[in-house]
Each structure stands twice: as structure tokens, then as C-alpha cells.
Design a protein around this ligand. Structure first.
Ligand code: THU
Length: 152
């Protein structure tokens, strides 16, 4: 039984906080020895399942991958292809809550998520469980290119 009830991709405050908590837990697993910027993401799918990811860097710097795409890969590999919301938490260790920036998804991750976005997919970018900004993916990726474009 999922602890999330996905209705039109609108979440209760408790559900948002639960999703952010999962992102913060995923952040602890980040492998970011080069940038020291640790990111965690928790992706809620329309079937109620949550998949998490963290950034994984590499000695060949360009081979690293973001937390958001890590979570998306987990979801698709488990058969979940419709995304309702994602929470992202990114900052360097030791930053007090008020000194943390907001780690908005990079352009590649916005495009990657758009592929599987259920209409009005939400993006929560958090400094903590209670301090976050809520966005629509369609606002972050205005006029995004998606599967429908290939139909015409
Ligand atoms: N990063 C993410 O994982 N997600 C974002 O939204 C922005 C950036 C990672 C990539 C790299 O490992 C580190 O943060 C610094 O750019």
C-alpha cells in the first residue's frame, strides 16, 4: 500500500514532506568527491511508487550523472513510466539550512523527466522538509519537446 494518493498530481503537505524526506535520505548516498555537492531525488510515479536517486560522479568528470536521472532510471527499470512528482535536495555537507541554495534540476534532467511526465508533473526543490519551492515541470521546461512532437 503506497503512502501516497496521487490525485491530479496534487499532494498533501504531509505527502510532500514524505517525498522530500526520501530525497534527503537519497542525498546521503551521493558519490560526489569532486564537486562535494550532494544531491538526492525522490520520484513519485502515478502508481504510488517512489524511486530515489543520487548524483554519482566519476574521475572522468563528464561521465557523472545527476540524481534526478538516476531516480528516473530506477523507475523505468521497474516498469514505472508515468511520473507525478519529484523532490530534489542538493547542497554541500555542513551547510546550515538557511545557507543552502535550491538545486533546481539541470536542463538535461528537465528534458529527461518530461519524457515520462504525467500532465502537471510537480517539481519540489527543497532546503529541508518544510522549506521548499513547488513548480510545474512544464514551467521549468517551457514548450518542451516530447513524444507527441514525433507524432506529427
Ligand atoms: N547535480 C544533480 O545531481 N542534480 C542537479 O539538479 C544539479 C546538479 C549534480 C551533478 C554534479 O554531480 C553535482 O551536482 C555538481 O554539479
Amino acid at each position: 500500500m503506497s503512502e501516497f494518493q496521487v490525485r491530479n498530481n496534487e499532494l498533501s503537505e504531509l505527502e510532500v514532506q514524505t517525498l522530500i524526506a526520501a530525497a534527503i535520505a537519497a542525498r546521503d548516498k551521493a558519490y560526489a568527491p569532486y564537486s562535494e555537492f550532494k544531491v538526492g531525488a525522490a520520484l513519485l510515479c502515478s502508481d504510488g511508487r517512489v524511486f530515489s536517486g543520487c548524483n554519482v560522479e566519476n574521475a572522468a568528470y563528464g561521465a557523472g550523472i545527476c540524481a534526478e536521472r538516476g531516480a528516473a532510471m530506477q523507475a523505468v527499470a521497474e516498469g514505472a513510466q508515468e511520473f507525478s512528482a519529484i523532490a530534489v535536495a542538493g547542497w554541500k555537507d555542513g551547510r546550515a539550512e538557511q545557507d543552502r541554495g535550491l538545486a533546481y534540476p539541470c536542463g538535461i534532467c528537465r528534458q529527461f523527466l518530461n519524457e515520462f511526465s504525467a500532465g502537471h508533473m510537480k517539481v519540489y526543490v527543497a532546503r529541508s522538509i518544510t522549506d521548499y519551492e513547488k513548480n510545474d515541470l512544464s514551467t521549468l521546461l517551457l514548450h518542451g519537446f516530447g513524444p507527441k512532437n514525433l507524432e506529427v
